[in-house]
Design a protein around this ligand. Structure first.
Ligand SMILES: NC(=O)c1ccc[n+]([C@@H]2O[C@H](COP(=O)([O-])OP(=O)(O)OC[C@H]3O[C@@H](n4cnc5c(N)ncnc54)[C@H](OP(=O)(O)O)[C@@H]3O)[C@@H](O)[C@H]2O)c1
Length: 323
């Protein structure tokens, strides 16, 4: 990993910055805030921006990127922008138009990375979360290898520089890797990853296939009641993280992010608060010792904040596998 330029090489030759800015905020947060915080994140040095069609803020995030290009802060090639194919568009014939819709919202010519957001398809149509009259999610079925072939075509068409997956377990990754006539391997698998779920086995699998693991929920998730059980412990209050933070005169958040980076994981950090956005860039200003790393390894409890329980019955539900 090239830490000095804070980027890591992907298996297709492109580079991804090892710290990314997470842009997802709940519905009640005005979309205009996504514009302001993304501009601010770029001003303080973030170059990797993680977004998705399903976050419903690509218009504002794209606007922020374009305005920071227009005022000379960055060039387009300095920014690494990730978008994601939502689960209602996993049928291969829907993939390219879904990416084109994102590009239209963003007003950009290409994205740097396009991910299959989850391996579980939902019924196609306008709704992000299509539900039946009982409020149950309407699931669908698809061969993920065919979805992947459609992503490969998007890369060939120049709509995205790199392609990857998110929320895949190792068997689902293997299915793509072992696919007949695979043209491009996934460059990454973006999954929940933090000291309570350190993904040791999945990380080992990914490293052995030159696939980068990108961590979301690296700060313990936003704990939104829609997605996360409020009784789950608060990562950033963990006594071990707090003690290591105190020793280094850093914050538990910075220790959590630094831990990912030293594990060889690309870390996303979401904040809509200027002080904390700026603070998160300080992850490059200190180092954890091998003993600190071992101690943090010791608090792993394979605990997932984002369980996605409404899709648990689907055969592609990724977390039925150990990793
Ligand atoms: N692929 C997927 O399925 C998937 C799923 C979930 C998330 N993601 C992506 O990953 C990103 C990050 O994950 P996440 O949304 O779960 O959040 P996260 O990065 O784990 O952050 C959780 C919370 O930590 C707070 N925070 C940030 N910096 C802090 C600091 N220095 N000190 C104390 N608290 C701090 C933030 O609150 P404030 O805003 O108040 O600072 C934020 O709400 C998302 O925004 C999204 O881009 C992807």
């Amino acid at each position: 990993m090239e830490t000095q330029c804070q980027r890591v090489k992907l298996n297709d030759g492109h580079f991804i910055p090892i710290l990314g800015f997470g842009t997802y905020a709940p519905e009640e947060v005005p979309k205009s805030e996504a514009l302001e915080v993304t501009k601010f994140a770029i001003e303080v040095g973030f170059r990797h921006i993680d977004c998705a069609h399903a976050y419903r803020n690509e218009e504002q995030v794209g606007h922020a990127i374009r305005s920071k290009i227009a005022d000379g802060t960055v060039k387009r090639e300095d920014i690494f922008y990730t978008s994601k194919l939502w689960s209602t568009c996993l049928q291969p014939e829907l993939v390219q138009s879904a990416l084109e819709k994102s590009l239209k919202n963003l007003q950009l010519d290409y994205v740097d990375l396009y991910l299959i957001h989850t391996p579980v398809p939902l019924k196609q149509g306008g709704e992000i979360l299509p539900t039946d009259e009982d409020g149950k999610l309407i699931l669908d079925s698809v061969d993920l290898r065919h979805t992947w072939e459609a992503l490969e075509k998007c890369k060939d068409a120049g709509l995205t520089k790199s392609i990857g997956v998110s929320n895949f377990n190792h068997k689902q990754l293997e299915k793509i890797l072992n696919k007949h006539r695979l043209k491009y391997k996934p460059v990454c698998n973006q999954v929940e990853c933090h000291p309570y779920l350190n993904q040791g086995k999945l990380l080992g699998f990914c490293k052995s296939h030159d696939i980068v693991l990108v961590a979301y929920g690296a700060l313990g998730s936003q704990r939104l009641s829609k997605w996360v059980n409020p009784n789950y412990p608060i990562l950033l209050e963990d006594p071990v993280l707090c003690a290591i933070a105190k020793k280094h005169k850093q914050t538990p958040a910075l220790v959590a992010l630094r831990y990912q980076i030293q594990c060889g994981v690309v870390a996303l950090a979401k904040s809509y608060n200027r002080k904390r956005i700026k603070e998160n860039m300080q992850v490059f200003d200190f180092e954890l010792t091998p003993e600190d790393m071992k101690t943090i390894d010791g608090i792993n409890r394979n605990m997932r904040y984002y369980e996605f329980l409404p899709i648990i019955d689907h055969p592609e539900y990724p977390y039925s596998e150990e990793y």
